[in-house]
Ligand binder design. Structure first.
Ligand SMILES: [Zn+2]
Length: 317
């Protein structure tokens, strides 16, 4: 295991920075939540996705403003970090560099762009490199995972946005997308994509998790599913243990191979997690649990970061 090898495809820390924490707080400060820059560095996390999440409303202007505020918070943190936090915007930024964390901006639900390719391009210019079309809800682009009644997929606008994302070399993220939308997105795109923070539905039957056929399709395209630590997506009920999360890893590894598994912790966006995995400082416990479950050190390295990096090197090229 090389230094700073962990890569995580989802956290909500920027949401807390622009909302709950006092003004002027940055990722460089000691934060009360599940991660901050100091702990990322100490925990050998070399690459961290930072989600730009807004609660969907009909007022796209409000949501776009919130997204811009979070992007500003991220770039202020980059400046304040004096080189320890660096934006990941191209393939050459993906490999870990000692003493630094690469931060990748990812929009969690594109409701705020109102179907505009130009607004998407503007966000790309500000450093955004990954996006999900919806956050559970039905919007202009697609139906989300919790919109069960309509069974809707991608709209024409949704397809245009997918094509624009491909032209801009942005990462397509199917987490939070409804099932029909998943298959539409597949048809409208090429190359590897990710499910940044979704588990196996056959292990925990929640609409935010992926069915076997979806996992197979994701793997066939060389993609990665990031394992989500939120208890609700790990097991049906009761407090979760690390072994319960490992059950998803083992299941997906047996189904499609461990090279299609990554991490999507959802840190700072979840209210319950497996015992012994309460923040980035606990990744050592996860490493031990993976090893005890019989994964080789090469497989562990892939699951903890190498597999996600492989996708990013391809897409951000
Ligand atoms: Zn989410």
């Amino acid at each position: 295991m090389t230094l700073a090898s962990i890569a995580d495809a989802h956290c909500d820390t920027l949401m807390l920075l622009t909302g709950e924490h006092p003004a002027g707080t940055s990722l460089c400060d000691t934060l009360p939540g599940q991660l901050d820059l100091q702990r990322l560095l100490a925990s050998q996390v070399g690459l961290q996705f930072f989600a730009l999440f807004t609660v969907p409303t009909r007022d796209t202007g409000v949501n776009l403003r919130r997204i811009l505020e979070m992007i500003t918070q991220f770039h202020r943190s980059v400046v304040a970090s004096e080189g320890r936090l660096r934006p990941v915007v191209s393939a050459s930024d993906v490999d870990s560099r000692d003493g630094t964390v690469g931060g990748l901006l990812a929009i969690e639900g594109l409701s705020a762009i109102g179907g505009s390719v130009e607004v998407l391009e503007a966000l790309h210019m500000l450093g955004v490199r990954s996006a999900m079309l919806t956050w559970n809800e039905r919007n202009d682009l697609a139906d989300g995972a919790l919109e069960q009644a309509s069974g809707g997929g991608l709209s024409s606008a949704g397809r245009r946005i997918v094509q624009a994302m491909q032209r801009l070399n942005m990462v397509l993220d199917v987490s939070h997308l409804g099932e029909r939308g998943f298959w539409d997105l597949l048809e409208a795109s090429e190359g590897p994509f990710i499910a940044s923070h979704s588990n196996a539905r056959n292990v925990c039957d929640h609409p935010r998790n992926l069915r076997d056929e979806q996992l197979k399709a994701l793997a066939a395209r060389g993609g990665v599913a990031g394992m989500n630590f939120y208890t609700q997506f790990v097991m049906d009920e009761g407090p979760a243990k690390l072994e319960d999360l490992i059950r998803h890893v083992r299941y997906i590894a047996d189904l499609v191979g461990p090279e299609h598994i990554g991490l999507g912790s959802d840190f700072d966006g979840i209210s319950a997690w497996p015992e012994g995995l309460g923040g980035v400082q606990d990744y050592g416990n996860l490493r031990v649990a993976l090893t005890q479950a019989g994964f080789t050190s090469a497989e562990c390295e892939g699951i903890l970061g190498g597999n996600l990096r492989r996708v990013l090197r391809t897409v951000l090229a």
